[in-house]
Design a protein around this ligand. Structure first.
Ligand code: PXP
Length: 396
């Protein structure tokens, strides 16, 4: 069956390359045990795929591949691929460009057959299983592309929920509710993989009591964010959270403003890392996504880095946002290469999480303000209903 090639805003492939790709697609139909159907491969650049991604999927950024299924009997649909993005990613993952392109074609191909990694709990796994099946059958051994695929398979990203701002609401009235301890339990019930609290130097929201109780009752891990401070280090050693995330802190700031400045501080940080590690606490450094900082971070002996996503989240102009996004992608890759466990956080919300959540090296996201804000809104209707009932019932 015909495999058509179309090119938008880019130079066409040489005829031999088209022939090679066409024959591999036809083999893919056989491997999957599907009848051969017509399809079109559309190759383009980042700008064009971004227009389609915005128009059809409401995602205003360049992606690697989009599949447009067809309802015609003998026509499977169209697969649009940004060659620019494909080649950026192949370079980033250090894999052969043509093999990577094929993986993207298979990915689109499986989408056309109704596999969807964005829907349902098991769909990403099923999709990947078929991608691996295809790659293996087409002769990819234990090579770089297989390793790349496997890395994706074994690295589902986790979510650590920061409950600081539940305490912020409590402290607005200096009362005992809402309790961040309750929020931590509910977050776990919702699927949180960890609970984060920032015990600030001025104790403006979270208090020692909160940290102690949360440590006692949660079943996942407790992550304590804190500045380097003698008393806080003593407290951490006593409470023993799973992980301490070291952050810079200024008393007058509204929230953490930037990553840790490590220039000239490696020895000081290294000492703290060692002290905390000695009692079994893992240490993460909250850092800006740049090469120099990551290299200095490596010298401190910290096990984890949390990449600061604030610049990406706060960027107002699209161009700046994508520049920041690419900075995060590069930093995540470098951090992984340096041997860090890679986390990310700050300013992430329901609108901007998509692209960063797709960066394969990032294993965990630390999100607070947007989740607490959403919880208020989702719960508002019920909360008012309950109060109204109490008022109405009081007078019979
Ligand atoms: N990561 C770190 C290091 C932070 O300091 C914060 C804010 O406390 C977060 C993540 C969470 O940021 P947000 O509340 O914007 O989701």
């Amino acid at each position: 069956m015909a495999v058509y090639f179309q090119y938008i805003e880019i130079e066409p492939f040489a005829p031999e390359k088209e022939k090679r790709l066409r024959s591999l697609i036809n083999r893919a139909f056989k491997i999957l045990g599907r009848p051969s159907k017509g399809l079109t491969l559309i190759f383009t650049d980042n700008k064009t795929i971004s227009l389609y991604n915005t128009k059809y999927l409401k995602r205003p950024y360049p992606t690697n591949v989009i599949a447009f299924p067809s309802s015609e009997k003998n026509y499977l649909g169209d697969i649009m691929i940004s060659l620019e993005k494909a080649s950026e990613e192949a370079t980033l993952y250090g894999v052969n460009h043509e093999k990577y392109l094929l993986i993207l074609i298979f990915h689109g191909f499986l989408h056309l057959y109704g596999y969807d990694h964005e829907k349902g709990l098991y769909s990403p796994w099923l999709m990947l299983k078929n991608e691996i099946k295809l790659a293996k059958a087409l002769g990819y051994g234990e090579n770089e592309v297989m390793n790349f695929l496997k890395r994706r398979e074994y690295m589902p990203a986790k979510l650590a929920v920061n409950v600081d701002h539940v305490a912020t609401v409590r402290e607005a009235r200096k009362t005992y509710y809402p309790d961040p301890v309750h929020a931590a339990v509910l977050a776990e019930l919702g699927g949180a993989d960890g609970i984060v609290v920032h015990l600030r130097l001025d104790r403006r929201h979270i208090k020692e009591r909160d940290v102690r109780i949360i440590r006692e009752i949660i079943k996942t891990k407790l992550i304590l964010e804190m500045a380097i401070d003698k008393d806080l280090i003593k407290f951490a050693k006593e409470v023993k959270p799973y992980q301490v995330t070291l952050v810079p802190e200024r008393v007058e700031e509204v929230t953490t403003e930037g990553g840790m400045e490590l220039e000239g501080r490696v020895e000081e940080v290294k000492k703290v890392v060692k002290e905390l590690n000695k009692v079994g606490i893992k240490v993460s450094l909250f850092v800006n996504p740049d090469e120099k900082t990551l290299e200095l971070a490596k010298k401190t002996g910290a096990q984890i880095v949390e990449l600061h996503t604030g610049m990406y989240a706060d960027a107002e102009e699209e161009e700046k946002k994508w520049q920041e996004f690419e900075r995060l992608e590069r930093a995540a890759h470098l951090a992984k290469e340096l041997g860090f466990i890679v986390h990310a956080g700050h300013g992430l919300n329901y609108e901007n999480i998509g692209p960063v959540a797709a960066i394969p090296e990032i294993e965990e996201f630390s999100i607070g303000h947007s989740i607490v804000s959403r919880a208020i809104m989702i719960g508002m209707k019920e909360a008012v209903k309950e109060m109204k009932e109490l008022i109405l019932r009081a007078r019979g």
